[in-house]
Design a protein around this ligand. Structure first.
Ligand SMILES: [Zn+2]
Length: 545
């Protein structure tokens, strides 16, 4: 009797040479990939040579350092993708440039078609440091409704948009919103909070197919920066379908873990009905597209965060809470009881204190929950007692240095220097024993190495170093940005480190970030990115077979 020899393990990729930092504390010098998975690692560059055969791409990468691909704990890929289909007023540096871009779009559009702008603009980037006026938008687009949303809470529109939305001189403000007026009582085209949605409801946006195509292009831009996974921080159900289209058309170049929005504009019954109607639950999907859970928003950002002490720039204002805490508790308890994971946006210290009360009440009602079930999104302002509560109760925190990097100047005005310096003190959270997962929240492809540099130096875009004492090490920053997010996604057994049996999500850099001067990191970009054994970025064909 003879025995057939076992099928030899033939690698698809054997990558050998440079340092391989698996995020487990060791260093390897070769890694083997077969199908979507890492199947072998070795401390020796030639340690896996026996596993190479015909069809194996042998990659000599002695000049590269390999890391697990980055996993962003909180980013808005859908919004970033949609922005590519919108008028790019975020590139304007003056009101004339802004209205010129709107005018170009209006000339190219059929009369009556809505002109929608990117939401990623701010008047502080315009030379005049003011919003475009209704009259300026009317001149730019006399025959097309224009909706220029700025972030989530403000928009400017033209007269055609007000007409299309049925808003006249006597239309009342919606609850929780304002439709702005000039001193003479006429409309000024500025919409705040709920009024933005009142008008946006009339504006037809990009189609599902257009969004799916844009998700492909934009996800490729993230992959080119070394990203393997994005936890998508807020979508509705139509947008989930666009994600499914993109996945079915094999367009996604990063893994996506969506959070489905449960809006504070809903009544308690409507919120619970929405959750009941979702059908699927947290964890449903596959390795490329898997639902993370629900997303709720408790307060604003730099301009609306619920603070314990008033705004430095406005002593009568301490921000807003978007949910009644008792309603939020009941909605979260219903969701957690059905097995949903919940991430709640809480930026200010008053929002964080309220959210801790809510989550503690939910946990008391529903019983013990696995780690990373009730998640604090941002928690930017915190005190030691709040951090201790989050740790004791097992509520993980997603942290995004790029928000401080981007918004420090606005925070210095609104929150003052003392609070700005202690935004997201990662050292303090870690000293308290917190579960953290790092991400960006910038609504555009952002170099993860700039983020790592920021966590390590507390550097910002235009306001220097803020709170140097809260810096963490490069190794810790990388860990939070790989394994941290894998734990957040309940995928620590499949992603987050270079370990046999895990998915082959790898990124190769021409500099070893663990050995480099941190100031060499912000501009560092990868030579290649791989996700699940598929090459998602390889401009120099380093992985070519
Ligand atoms: Zn966000």
């Amino acid at each position: 009797m003879t025995c057939e020899p076992a099928e030899p393990l033939r690698l698809d990729y054997l990558i050998r040479g440079g340092a391989i930092h698996p995020m487990t504390g060791e260093t390897y010098h070769s890694v083997g990939v077969r199908g979507p998975e890492i199947v072998a690692v070795s401390a020796d560059a030639d340690g896996l040579d026996d596993l190479a055969g015909i069809g194996t791409a042998v990659v000599d990468a002695g000049d590269l350092t390999l890391l697990p691909a980055f996993a962003d704990s909180h980013e808005h890929l859908m919004e970033a993708s949609r922005n590519t289909l919108l008028v790019p007023v975020d590139q304007a540096r003056s009101v004339a440039e802004f209205t010129g871009l709107v005018a170009d779009a209006a000339r190219a559009a059929a009369p009556g078609k809505w002109i929608l702008t990117s939401i990623a603009w701010h008047e502080s980037n315009l030379a005049e440091n003011r919003l475009p006026t209704l009259a300026e938008l009317d001149a730019a687009a006399p025959d097309n409704p224009v909706l220029a949303r700025r972030g989530g809470h403000l928009a400017v529109v033209n007269s055609a948009a007000l007409r299309a939305a049925g808003i006249g001189p006597y239309t009342p403000d919606p609850p929780g919103g304002t439709i702005g007026r000039l001193p003479d009582g006429s409309r000024d085209g500025v919409l705040e909070a709920r009024a933005v949605y009142q008008v946006a409801a009339f504006a037809a946006g990009p189609s599902r197919a257009e969004l799916a195509t844009a998700l492909g292009t934009t996800s490729a831009a993230y992959a080119a920066l070394g990203v393997g996974t994005i936890r998508e921080a807020m979508i509705n159900l139509d947008e989930l379908l666009a994600y499914q289209d993109a996945r079915d058309r094999d367009l996604l170049r990063v893994r996506v873990r969506p959070m489905i929005r449960v809006g504070s504009e809903l009544t308690e019954d409507a919120a619970i009905a929405l959750i009941d109607g979702l059908g699927a639950g947290s964890g449903f999907g596959d390795d490329w597209l898997r639902i993370w859970g629900l997303k709720l928003v408790l307060d604003g950002g730099a301009e609306g965060a619920a603070l314990e002490q008033p705004y430095a720039s406005d002593p009568g204002n301490s921000g807003h809470l978007d949910w009644d805490p008792d309603v939020l508790t009941r909605v979260c308890a219903e969701a957690a009881g059905r097995g949903w994971r919940i991430g709640t946006h809480a930026v200010g210290d008053r929002a964080l204190r309220t959210l801790l009360d809510v989550y503690e009440a939910v946990a008391a009602q529903v019983g013990p929950l696995p780690p990373w079930t009730l998640v604090i999104e941002h928690g930017m302002l915190s005190d030691a007692a709040q951090r201790d509560r989050a740790v004791r109760d097992g509520f993980g925190v997603t942290v995004q240095h790029p928000v401080l990097w981007n918004m420090a100047s606005e925070m210095l005005i609104g929150w003052g220097p003392e609070r700005t310096r202690r935004v997201a003190p990662l050292d303090q959270w870690l000293a308290a024993g917190a579960d953290l997962a790092a991400g960006t929240d910038l609504v555009r492809p952002f170099n993860p190495m700039t983020n790592v540099w920021g966590m390590v130096t507390r550097g910002t875009k235009s306001a220097g170093i803020q709170g140097a004492e809260h810096a963490i090490s490069v190794a810790t920053a990388l860990e939070l940005y790989t394994m941290g997010t894998a734990r957040l996604n309940h995928e620590q057994d499949r992603l987050g480190s270079i370990t046999p049996g895990k998915l082959a999500d790898l990124v190769g850099y021409p500099v070893d970030p663990l050995a480099a001067d941190p100031d060499d990191l912000p501009e560092l970009t990868p030579a290649f990115t791989m996700a699940g054994g598929q090459v998602t970025h390889d401009p120099d064909k380093r992985l070519a077979k």
